[in-house]
Write a protein that binds this ligand. Structure first.
Ligand code: AMP
Ligand code: MG
Length: 396
């Protein structure tokens, strides 16, 4: 389990309009059908509603009924009604002869098909019976489940909402998109990295603010962000520089629970609470930001939304080449793994500099190199966290 999971609470349930429910959202209530689907016996074919016992005899045609229409009409022996798929059966009818097996002439219908009772009829309650529990609490909703809620008229289900995450990027050097870089400036990539990763985790990326390295700017942005977010993520300003103000400002505004984690990339992760809202400070380098998000924040966001599938799967892989490891820190190296003749081989994605987003481009795994490991030779076995595989229910 990650270091944050035990400290951040799952969100309370909220009734949500069905058209806003996202794939993967989790139900906070049992869904019990209060009506049957369908509520009436319906034809499953375009054809003729008949009485099966009439066999092959010519039938007198009473008229036509299309889906969505009904009347008090009653079928007597020797009669039939032209009927369309989805239309309610008239009283007395107990079979539908498909139009392909019929001929109509002068108000009479002829067929060589001898229908049996129930032929081409979808009886009331045959899809869902009234009173049936169709989805238990904690079910993850996909397209089919959302459709089922719609079919049952559950237009405002109680679900656990997707966490709202505010993003604050800090740094005097950050330039927005669409602006010519001034000397010393870099473009803000973290806000894009985080917004995409947050959405990919099934959460909502809310506010994005770019903040200068001053206490006043940081204070104001944090105080505003905690008001309507379930989680605030900041980047930059958590190292040891004289302008690394995130930790001191968080100490002023709330409680800092811890301020360092021995992980590479992303050593100086900070976790605090301000006015009851958790705030996570990630370091500024984009790779640190994304690896920190992936390993620590993503499972937390999924836990906040009550999702059971929270953890990326892992597998043992062999190194296609030797790698260097600094013993003092747990390290996540970016790699591409590939199955070759029954063995999974890992190849690091070039320079592992924590500024180099290209080390994550095309990476499908993070190699977990535990603290104290040291350099590893070609062929050594290591654990790979599969960052492009769907999460699973059990922690690896
Ligand atoms: P910091 O953690 O503030 O010391 O920043 C570490 C490094 O990450 C510095 O080289 C910053 O320029 C860079 N950096 C900080 N914020 C961002 C950002 N939003 N996008 C891209 N690089 C950043
Ligand atoms: Mg900075």
């Amino acid at each position: 389990m990650g270091i944050l999971e035990a400290r951040i609470q799952p969100l309370p349930a909220r009734r949500t309009p069905l058209h806003e429910v996202e794939i993967g959202a989790v139900l906070a209530e049992d869904i019990i059908a209060s009506e049957a689907v369908p509520t009436f016996d319906a034809s499953t074919m375009d054809g003729y509603a008949v009485i099966a016992a009439d066999g092959k005899m010519p039938r007198r045609m009473l008229g036509e009924r299309q889906a969505g229409h009904t009347d008090g009409r009653h079928l007597a022996p020797g009669e039939c009604l032209r009927i369309m798929t989805g239309a309610p059966l008239p009283c007395g009818a107990n079979a539908v002869i498909p139009v392909e097996f019929t001929r109509e002439d002068q108000g009479w219908m002829y067929s060589d098909l001898e229908p049996h009772v129930g032929l081409n009829i979808r009886p009331a309650g045959s899809d869902v019976a009234s009173g049936q529990t169709v989805l238990p609490i904690d079910s993850a909703l996909g397209a089919a489940e959302i459709g089922l809620l719609a079919a049952l008229g559950v237009s405002n289900p109680a679900i656990y909402p997707a966490p709202r995450v505010a993003i604050l990027t800090t740094g005097d050097e950050l330039a927005p998109q669409g602006q010519v870089l001034q000397p010393g400036q870099i473009r803000d990539s973290n806000s894009y990295v985080l917004a995409a990763a947050i959405r990919g985790a099934g959460a909502q990326a809310r506010r994005v603010a770019r903040i200068a390295d001053t206490r006043a700017a940081l204070r104001a942005a944090l105080l505003e962000a905690v008001q309507d977010a379930d989680l605030v993520i900041s980047t930059g300003g958590v190292s040891m520089g004289t302008h690394d103000l995130v930790k001191p400002v968080l100490e002023e505004l709330g409680t800092v629970h811890f301020g360092r984690v021995a992980v590479k990339p992303g050593l100086p992760l900070t976790f605090a609470t301000v006015s009851g809202t958790p705030v996570i400070g990630l370091p500024g380098n984009p790779v640190s930001t994304l690896v920190g998000f992936e390993m620590e924040i993503r499972p937390v966001l999924r836990a906040m939304a009550h999702r059971r599938a929270r953890w990326r799967p892992e597998r043992q892989v062999r190194l296609a080449h030797s790698i260097r490891h600094e013993e003092a820190r747990l390290e996540f190296q970016r790699a591409h793994i590939e199955l070759i003749e029954g063995t999974w081989w890992a190849r690091a994605t070039g320079s592992q500099a924590s500024s180099r987003l290209l080390s994550l481009v095309g990476a499908n795994a993070l190699l977990r190199i535990p603290r104290g490991t040291g350099d590893l030779p070609e062929g050594a076995s290591v654990t790979a966290v599969l960052i492009d595989s769907p999460e699973q229910d059990v922690a690896p």
